[in-house]
Design a protein around this ligand. Structure first.
Ligand code: ATR
Length: 285
C-alpha cells in the first residue's frame, strides 16, 4: 500500500499562499504522489501545530509570516548554516525524530538572479531595507562573489544594527558590506543591481528615497511580486531603468530549494513561473 506524502505551509493568514500550487506543480512534473495543504494556527498554537503535523506523518513544512523566528527557535538544535545566518526558518523537516530547519529565501533569490542573467561576481549591489526579508538573503548574496552589498534603510540605525550583527559572526566580510540611511544615497553612484527588500510594494507605496541612478545595465529587482509592475519597479522604470524583475521567480525558486531538501530532486522552475505569471496577469485584467 502506498500512502500520499504530506507537506504543508504554515502561516497566519495563509489563504493567499501560493505554495500549494507551486509544490503540486513540482510533484506533477516529477511524477510524485504528494499532498500539500495550508495550515493557519494562532500565534499561541504554532509550536503544537508543528509537533502535531510531524507526529501525524507530515514529511515537511514551509513556514511563513509571522512564524519564521518561532520555527528557528523550534529547530535551533539542528539549523543549516543558511538558517543560522538568516535568523529565521522557512523549511522544516524531521530526521531521526529531530526537527531540522533551513532558510531557502536567499538561495532562491540568488538562483532567480542567475536565471535572469544578472552577473553577480564583482557586482556592486544596493539593497533597500533592513528587516527580516533583507537579513534572510544577505548570506547567499555575499557568497555569490559580488564586490559589495550596501544596505540602506529608511531608519538608518536598523541597517547599522543588521550589519554589525552580521559582522559579529562574519568579521572577514567587513570590506564587502556597508550600511546607512536611505537619505545617504548618492545619486552619482552607479549600481549593477538594486534590490528592494522593503515591504513598501506590499502597501503599493514607492520606496521613500532620493533619486536613484540607473545605468544602461543596472538591474532592478523587487522581492515582492504582483500581476503588474510593483510600485518600486514603476519607480525604477520612471528613473530610466530598463531591466526589471519582480520576486515571483524568487518565490518559485525558494520553493524548489525546499522541495530539493525534502525529496532530493530538483524540479524545473521556469514552467511553473510562466504558468503563475499568466495566472497573475489574468487576475488583474
Ligand atoms: P520584512 O520581514 O518584510 O522585512 P519588516 O521587518 O517589518 O518586514 O521590515 C520592513 C522593511 O521595509 C523595513 O526596512 C522598513 O523600513 P524601516 O525599518 O525604516 O521601517 C521598510 N519600509 C517599509 N515601507 C517603506 C517605504 N515606504 N519606504 C522605505 N522603506 C520602507
Amino acid at each position: 500500500m502506498t500512502t500520499t506524502a504530506r507537506y504543508a505551509v504554515i502561516g497566519h493568514p495563509i489563504t493567499h499562499s501560493r505554495s500549494p500550487e507551486i509544490h503540486m506543480a513540482f510533484a506533477k512534473q516529477l511524477g510524485i504522489d504528494l499532498h500539500y495543504e495550508r495550515i493557519d494556527p494562532t500565534p499561541a498554537s504554532f509550536e503544537q501545530t508543528v509537533q502535531q503535523f510531524f507526529a501525524q506523518g507530515g514529511l515537511g513544512a514551509n513556514v511563513t509570516v509571522p512564524f519564521k523566528e518561532q520555527a528557528w527557535q523550534m529547530a535551533r538544535a539542528h539549523l543549516s548554516a543558511r538558517a543560522r545566518d538568516a535568523g529565521a526558518v522557512n523549511t522544516l523537516w524531521q530526521s531521526t525524530g529531530q526537527l531540522h530547519g533551513c532558510n531557502t529565501d536567499g538561495v532562491g533569490l540568488v538562483s532567480d538572479l542567475l536565471r535572469l542573467g544578472v552577473k553577480l561576481p564583482g557586482a556592486n549591489i544596493l539593497m533597500l531595507g533592513a528587516g527580516g526579508a533583507a537579513r534572510g538573503v544577505l548570506g547567499p548574496l555575499l557568497d555569490s562573489g559580488c564586490n559589495h552589498v550596501r544596505v540602506l534603510n529608511r531608519t538608518a540605525q536598523r541597517a547599522h544594527r543588521l550589519i554589525s550583527d552580521w559582522l559579529a559572526s562574519h568579521p572577514e566580510q567587513a570590506k564587502y558590506i556597508s550600511a546607512g540611511g536611505l537619505d545617504e544615497l548618492d545619486p552619482e553612484t552607479s549600481w549593477d543591481l538594486v534590490i528592494n527588500a522593503t515591504s513598501s510594494s506590499l502597501q503599493g507605496q514607492s520606496v521613500s528615497m532620493p533619486a536613484l541612478r540607473f545605468d544602461a545595465d543596472t538591474f532592478a529587482y523587487d522581492m515582492m511580486y504582483g500581476g503588474q509592475l510593483t510600485a518600486f519597479l514603476q519607480q525604477a522604470q520612471q528613473a530610466g531603468c530598463r531591466h526589471l524583475a519582480d520576486g515571483l521567480g524568487m518565490l518559485v525558486s525558494q520553493a524548489a530549494e525546499s522541495f530539493y531538501i525534502w525529496r532530493s530532486r530538483r524540479p524545473a522552475v521556469a514552467p511553473v513561473i510562466d504558468a503563475m505569471r499568466l495566472e497573475l496577469q489574468r487576475a488583474v485584467r
